[in-house]
Ligand binder design. Structure first.
Ligand code: KDG
Ligand code: MG
Length: 402
């Protein structure tokens, strides 16, 4: 079998997605996600102009060699654009291999280690009560794990909390909007959200929280300590992660479990964090973490140090990545949890899929390959629209780390 053609398709059914379609001379087609939120066209060009001409004519079964060829062969290694492009090719090849062999991708990754993967979803609100009301609805739907975010009194808007009635979506169309941030106000308020949650929901439901890299290590240590009575499943992205040893300070002060890695694109971004056991969960995703080939290696390395997986799964990761993450999640031994933010109805129509949610868990389905399709004709009705993540400034106007 040979790769006979490959093309990039960009659409915006509610939000932007970059999809790679790989065709073979035997008629088997594979799909990959190459979406990089707010920088979509850079990955599309990287693929179309630089990568795809090199993959035509190659054997799609050679996932390892082709991954190394695109990673080592380019000379310029790593970075979100490069790694999202490599991931798209890699995932499309795993999809082809599964379809050609008539088996779901999880069987190619070691087979099932579990029947379904534990997922968490997002409950948000401007006020504590609103966030808890939303969480209550999800718990009634069967969710066993919920991420809680709420507005901070004194701050007009907070990332992760929708401004209007629409569900929270990480990107906004047009130019970047700006949010205002105060670590002082946030540190006082955040524990109230979790105190309220434990009073209302009891001790069993798993609660998670995302700091979006906004704190210094010692501030994050204080937050972790103040949240200990509410025993979070994890505290995510407490500090920016370029300086990996920052996590050592957090670890010295708190037993609240720490998750990081949605912006990582290589195991090298996490090596010290894992090796020093400064984190508990690795959030690298299939799309931004170089595909299934690289993520499997990162997970196996993490396993040695008692670190479990907790893949990023916001709406900017397309249903193709969600499907791939579920095959990965049911198979990898040290799976921890999977994020699951609901895609819009238009997105679901453009990407029909076999994965399902039931009773707090998700399953990838048993269709050969990934079990996710792409309706390219329908996608054409939703052309790309420029969109960005918001920018955050402190009260005095200084940009935050993120
Ligand atoms: O593109 C970035 C978003 O997906 C991210 O900010 C959302 O932090 C996020 C999360 O944990 O889902
Ligand atoms: Mg996050």
């Amino acid at each position: 079998m040979k790769i006979s053609n490959a093309r990039v398709s960009i659409c915006s059914p509610g939000r932007n997605f970059v999809t790679l379609v790989v065709e073979t001379d035997e008629g088997v087609i594979g799909l990959g996600d190459a979406t990089l939120n707010g920088r979509e066209l850079a990955v599309a060009s990287y693929l179309t102009d630089h990568v795809l001409p090199c993959v035509i004519g190659r054997d799609p079964f050679q996932t390892e060699d082709l991954w190394q060829y695109l990673y080592r062969g380019a000379y310029w290694r790593r970075g979100p654009v490069t790694m999202a492009a490599i991931a798209a090719v890699d995932v499309a090849l795993w999809d082809i291999k599964g379809k050609a062999l008539g088996t779901p991708v999880y069987n190619l990754l070691g087979g099932k280690s579990r029947e379904g993967v534990l997922v968490y979803t997002h409950a948000n609100g401007k006020e504590v009560a609103q966030a808890l009301d939303q969480a209550s609805c999800y718990i009634d739907e069967g969710y066993l794990a919920v991420r809680l975010q709420c507005g901070v009194p004194g701050l007009a808007s907070t990332y992760g909390v929708p401004k209007g009635d629409q569900p929270y979506e990480p990107a906004e169309r047009g130019l970047p909007s700006e949010n205002v941030w105060s670590s002082e106000k946030y540190l006082v308020h955040a524990p109230r959200l979790f105190e309220g949650a434990r009073m209302r929901f009891g001790e069993d439901v798993h609660l998670l929280h995302d700091v979006h890299h906004r704190l210094t290590p010692i501030e994050a240590a204080r937050l972790g300590k103040s949240l200990e009575p509410y025993h979070l499943f994890w505290l995510e992205d407490p500090v920016p992660a370029e300086l990996q040893s920052g996590f050592k300070i957090i670890r010295q002060h708190t037993t609240t479990p720490i998750a990081v890695g949605e912006v990582f694109n290589s195991l090298w971004d996490a090596r010290e964090l894992i090796q020093n056991q400064w984190i508990d969960y690795l959030r690298m995703s299939v799309v931004h973490g170089g595909g299934l080939t690289h993520l499997k290696k990162a997970a196996d390395y993490a396993d040695v140090y008692h670190v479990r997986t907790g893949c990023h799964g916001a709406t900017d990761l397309s249903p193709i990545t969600m499907g791939a993450a579920l095959h990965f999640g049911v198979s990898v031994h040290n799976f921890g949890i999977q994020e699951y933010m609901h895609h819009s109805a238009e997105t679901e129509e453009v990407f029909p899929h076999g994965y399902r949610f039931e009773g707090g868990y998700m399953t990838p389905g048993d269709a050969p390959g990934l079990g996710v399709e792409y309706n390219e004709e329908l996608a054409k009705r939703f052309p790309y629209q420029r969109a960005y993540l918001p920018v955050n400034r402190k009260l005095d106007g200084t940009l935050t780390d993120w």
